[in-house]
Design a protein around this ligand. Structure first.
Ligand code: AMP
Length: 281
């Protein structure tokens, strides 16, 4: 297995990865990092959350940015505010020993602070499509010097109806840019985007297409609806150190289960779209 240094990454980045405790590259990093460092070709990467995809696109992009220029040289687009903040935080830690600034722009938060941060100068913007379009229309975001565009969770962005926003944003970036598209699945909509916006792209994947993550064991239990909550508690009780996420179909169900768990003495909380942005953060 190669080291990060052997993949071609600079000492400042390798040192930051050391501090984060990243010892070896993950399979998608091993494939994507040298590809993006050595080639100007567009890239399609099939990778799910948990495969290390954020570092796979961030590291080779950060390495190629000009620290002496405060122009926007790279834009990362992703579907949600939460992911946007996570990518911004990750990139900031990868660039800890470099002189690079990142700004996250996403809806549901004041636009003024984001405008101020952009005006101070940043090499990297991480944005959700809606807010990014807003800032382009206000002539705050200028993308004519962008060299790298990353579309993260591209399939999710399409599902959430961001196609027109993506069209507009990509239209603002220069022809000469390199586009990196990361997606867990390859539905027809994504194939259309790759055909429209990417030239002869290279392809890498972290495993078989449309498959669950390899390092996760899946279990399921068949129970009656009325027994589901008791079953959930039983699972928590036999795994006292469990740290988990319960996904529910509706906001109300999410709240009810969290409330019941808290009333029953479990350390739980809810996360859903009826909560304010401050509560969700
Ligand atoms: P991602 O797929 O980008 O959401 O990353 C999943 C998790 O793996 C994150 O918590 C990363 O910090 C972590 N991670 C990514 N790459 C590595 C690596 N090479 N070694 C150890 N942890 C990693």
């Amino acid at each position: 297995m190669p080291t990060f240094k052997e993949l071609g990454l600079r000492a400042e980045i390798v040192q930051a990865l050391d501090e984060l405790g990243f010892e070896n590259p993950t399979p998608i990093q091993e494939k994507a990092i040298p590809q993006v460092l050595d080639s100007k070709k567009d890239l399609i990467a099939l990778a799910q959350t948990g495969t290390g995809k954020t570092a796979a696109f961030s590291l080779p992009v950060l390495q190629q940015l000009d620290e002496n220029s405060r122009e926007i040289q790279s834009i990362v687009l992703c579907p949600t505010r939460e992911l946007c903040l996570q990518i911004a935080n990750d990139m900031q830690s990868f660039a800890k020993f470099m002189n690079l600034k990142t700004v996250a722009v996403y809806g549901g938060a004041s636009i003024e602070g984001q405008i101020r941060d952009i005006k101070r100068g940043a090499q990297v913007i991480i944005g959700t499509p809606g807010r990014t379009v807003d800032l382009i229309n206000r002539r705050v975001l200028r993308l004519q010097d962008v060299q790298f565009v990353v579309l993260d969770e591209a399939d999710e962005m399409l599902t959430m109806g961001f196609k027109d926003d993506l069209d507009l944003i990509l239209g603002e970036t220069p022809e000469t840019k390199q586009t990196l598209l990361f997606s867990a699945t390859m539905p027809t909509g994504i194939k259309d985007i790759t055909k429209r916006y990417m030239k002869d792209p290279a392809e890498v994947s972290s495993g078989a297409r449309n498959e669950g993550a390899q390092n996760i064991e899946h279990h399921y239990y068949l129970v009656n609806a009325r027994d589901k909550y008791e079953c959930l508690k039983r699972l928590a009780d036999v795994n006292p150190n469990v740290y988990g996420i319960v996904f529910c179909r509706t906001r109300r169900e999410t709240q009810e289960i969290a409330d019941k768990l808290m009333a029953d003495g479990y350390n739980a909380d809810s996360l859903h779209g009826d909560l304010s942005q401050a509560q969700r953060d």
